[in-house]
Design a protein around this ligand. Structure first.
Ligand code: PLP
Length: 382
């Protein structure tokens, strides 16, 4: 089986984890802050807060921006369900902005039109979550300009996009956003097994993320509101969670971070090969935004014969090629249909979904396996 994505673990990764196992700390030791500092150095963000998944990071990112009952959060329908669920965890309402028909990323024009309507109805969103599908950056300059005009905050769901750049900035620098969230699940660009991180340039937001990650507890003397009871004393200020990352996971993440540039280079090299072999086939690759560089978490194509997508998917799977579809539109899941969403709500997203297919792409994909994917796909489309 050729998977659609796969982690790349070497001896350095194994050694890093084993070293933690025989150290004094399995969790809350030196590796978590070292991984956080590594991500700050890499992205240029001032603060990074490691957690046990990107889902947790999205949840506490919403809380840190004050999302609660009565608030609205908007995101893209072409994403993993976690991008939307985080708003519901906070008791807020979620709604979706239609996508650009070529990239599957949130369309700034659709966002502008929806904002104009919402303003006239008094239903503006508190937060917009932009998702960088495949690692391809959204048009963040346009979305950020709208945030200045309409007063919403921005979370970037960069689960696919550590290692991407846009407008001369690495994603995660938060140049265009309040918070950026990464995932380190094994299929993503780098892995800590399970894990996630939130970056921000705002000290207040970072302090809130740190507190929500660990039960809403604060420990530093300058944050205490009651008199100090002694060396054992801490205070709970909010209702937080246990979303902490362990040192075992952080050691793996930190080791992987040192190879991130190599992974991104390899993923781009393989993507260019796919691009060059597909020019005569009835398909269109989903390309990065001009002027940006993608970490290439996913290599996605749009099939011109979209009515044959299921047949092509089944044929390739039967041949041991684990193609995939990212994603079934979030609003069409039964859970969301029950909340009032329906087919036809987001026409571009629904049309995009019908055409897409994800092909195998990961740094260790061999030339012969990639050639097999290309040949089998060409046979299907002949
Ligand atoms: C994978 C993913 C998540 C969730 O990541 P976890 O670390 O598994 O919680 C969120 N958003 C998007 C777009 C993803 O692809």
């Amino acid at each position: 089986m050729i998977p659609y994505g796969r982690q790349d673990i070497n001896q350095q990764d194994v050694d890093a984890v084993v070293e933690v196992l025989s150290s004094n700390w399995l969790t809350q030791g030196p590796k978590v802050p070292a991984f956080e500092q590594g991500v700050c150095n890499y992205t240029g963000a001032k603060f990074a807060v490691a957690v046990n998944s990107a889902t947790s990071a999205l949840h506490i990112a919403c809380l840190a921006l004050g999302v609660g009952p009565g608030d609205r959060v908007w995101t893209s329908p072409i994403t993993f369900v976690a991008s939307a669920n985080c708003a519901l965890y906070c008791g807020a309402e979620v709604d979706f902005v239609d996508v650009d028909p070529n990239t599957g990323n949130m369309s700034p024009e659709a966002l502008r039109i929806k904002l104009i309507q919402a303003k006239s109805q008094g239903t503006l969103p508190k937060v917009v979550i932009a998702v960088h599908l495949c690692g391809h950056s959204c048009d963040m300059a346009a979305i950020s300009a709208l945030s200045d005009e309409y007063g919403f905050k921005i979370i970037e769901d960069a689960a696919h996009a550590i290692g991407s750049r846009h407008g001369g900035h690495r994603l995660g620098s938060c140049h265009y956003s309040d918070i950026t969230v990464f995932s380190f699940h094994p299929v993503k660009v780098i892995t800590s097994a399970e894990g996630g991180m939130a970056t921000t340039n705002c000290a207040d937001i970072a302090a809130k993320l740190v507190a929500y990650r660990s039960h809403g507890i604060v420990k530093s003397p300058d944050e205490m509101v009651r008199p100090d009871e002694g060396g054992w004393y801490y205070e709970q200020h909010d209702l937080g969670f246990n979303y902490r990352m362990t040192d075992l996971h952080a050691a793996l993440g930190l080791s992987q971070l040192s190879r991130l540039e190599h992974f991104v280079t390899e993923r781009n090299r393989l993507a260019v090969i796919y691009d060059s072999k597909f020019s005569d086939l009835p398909l269109t690759p989903v390309d990065p935004l001009p002027g940006s560089e993608s970490a290439r978490h996913l290599y996605m194509i749009r099939l011109h014969q979209s009515e044959r997508r299921r047949e092509i998917f089944d044929t390739l799977r039967a041949k041991g090629i684990q193609v995939h579809v990212h994603y079934f539109p979030v609003h069409l899941n039964p859970y969301y249909l029950e909340r009032g969403f329906k087919e036809g709500d987001l026409v571009h997203a629904e049309a995009f979904y019908q055409e897409i297919l994800t092909l195998p792409l990961y740094p260790a994909l061999t030339a012969s396996d990639q050639q097999r994917v290309i040949d089998e796909l060409a046979t299907c489309l002949a």
